[in-house]
Design a protein around this ligand. Structure first.
Ligand SMILES: *Cc1c(COP(=O)(O)O)cnc(C)c1O
Length: 427
């Protein structure tokens, strides 16, 4: 892929004028500076912006609750009883799954624990878990506490695959080598689909093949992948996956999360799990105490525990509608262009103060560029902020900028790199 980018501001405006998705920015609330100007928001990988249509959907649920009480479960505008099912088809399209393979419930780390209840079934011979370095801390805590719960010491049972010395990206062959080398001891391979720190997209299908060949379960944490990069979880035969809906999926702080369970497992009702009435067969769910036997329903829905929080689901309805209207292929096209343009402009800054650690090939990154800042990283972050550009900072020295195709502009990218250019010198 090569574009004839130009570095001047007029060209940035031109790219925005030619952008078929430019109109969607209007669908989001863009935070403002005290003077009323819009900030350059590159934090969609941390908390996506609010779709304007969220408020009307929230109001509707409040009205239904006020006007109908419990009857809104079946007579509401969007009946609460089946509200979660509204996300099935769209969620399935987002991650490349069949509708009965996805469910919206809980939050990401909770879902990760629930998936490990089912899919991390260690034996003495095969009890290790393979993760990446650096993994998101919540995932590390979840895995270490699961290991401890089963009586294993993470120092022995947690295998970590890292970039080679002097490199920032983990090579697929190194992951494969770990899986092949330790395969018989590994119960679970758990990787981010997109690494949160570097923005590296892992070769999910190839890693799944390697894991399967060794008899390991493979699960992906798609927190930074869902709504960002193309996914085909069903075809890749991933055993399970989890993701949150509040990053690229714009469904609000702590939004309910997504969970994928491949249908090869979903209909196995004998799989161990933690039960609750919402995972029970709907035919017997309301027999209550007359039906004390937990009989899970088939598919991913069978892992639900509690009745879904409707007020927390309204923003997902708003955001998923937008995703389905545009579709991942169109978003991805713009994303590659937007991030490619950012890379192009950064390449023109001959700085020794920072370097890009995100892969350069579009296939191996989403809409994120991570800068490793060798000199005064926090000052650089503050300088960006002072000029109205907000990015994310990971200790000790990584600035992450996520140009999101739904609401960021090419001019946003141009402004960002202007500030970088002004602060390129080392002391
Ligand atoms: C954002 C993120 C989380 C956050 O987990 P919550 O349970 O939603 O708080 C966990 N893991 C990864 C990889 C993330 O990027």
């Amino acid at each position: 892929m090569s574009y004839d980018f130009r570095p001047d501001e007029a060209y940035a405006w031109q790219l925005d004028a030619d952008d078929p998705l430019a109109g969607y920015r209007e669908q989001f609330h863009i935070p403002q500076r005290p003077d009323g100007s819009e900030i350059v928001y590159f934090l969609g990988n941390s908390l996506g912006l609010q779709p304007k249509r969220v408020r009307a959907l929230m109001d509707q649920e409040l009205s239904d609750w006020a006007g109908l009480g419990v009857d809104a479960y079946f007579e509401g505008t969007r009946p609460w009883y089946s509200y979660q099912e509204r996300f099935r088809e769209i969620g399935a399209r987002l991650v490349g799954a069949k509708p009965n393979e996805v469910v919206t419930m809980n939050s990401l780390t909770v879902n990760l624990h629930l998936m490990m209840v089912t899919f991390y079934r260690p034996t003495k011979a095969r009890h290790k878990i393979l993760m990446e370095d650096a993994a998101f801390p919540s995932d590390t805590y979840a895995v270490k506490t699961q290991l401890g719960y089963h009586g294993y010491d993470p120092a022995e049972a947690l295998l970590i695959v890292k970039p080679r010395p002097g490199e920032h990206i983990i090579r697929t062959e190194d992951i494969e080598q770990q899986i092949t080398h330790n395969g018989e001891q590994i119960a679970l391979v758990l990787l981010g689909g997109v690494n949160f720190l570097t923005g590296q997209v892992f070769d999910m299908p190839r890693i799944a093949v390697a894991a399967r060949r060794q008899g390991c379960v493979v699960g992906y944490d798609l927190a930074h992948a869902a709504g960002n990069v193309p996914l085909q979880l069903h075809d890749w035969k991933v055993d399970f996956a989890v993701w949150c809906n509040y990053k690229y999926l714009n469904s609000g702080p702590g939004a309910l999360a997504g969970c994928f369970i491949h249908e090869m497992h979903g209909h196995n009702l004998d799989l161990p799990r933690f039960g609750g009435w919402w995972g029970n067969d709907p035919d017997t769910r309301f027999m209550m105490h007359l039906q004390p036997q937990f009989i899970p329903q088939g598919g991913a829905d069978g892992w639900q525990i509690s009745s879904p929080p409707i007020l927390a689901m309204a923003p997902i309805a708003a955001s998923y509608e937008l995703f389905d209207e545009v579709g991942m292929p169109a978003l991805r096209r713009k994303s590659e262009l937007l991030t490619g343009y950012m890379q192009y402009l950064i390449d023109r800054i001959p700085s020794r103060r920072f370097e890009v650690i995100t892969p350069r090939e579009p296939a191996w990154r989403g809409c994120q560029i991570s800068l490793l800042v060798h000199d005064r990283p926090e000052e650089l972050l503050a300088a960006l902020k002072a000029d109205g550009v907000v990015c994310d900072f990971r200790q000790p020295n990584v600035i992450r900028a996520a140009p999101v195709p739904f609401y960021n502009t090419f001019h946003d990218v141009w402004i960002f790199t202007q500030v970088l250019a002004r602060h390129q010198r080392t002391r």
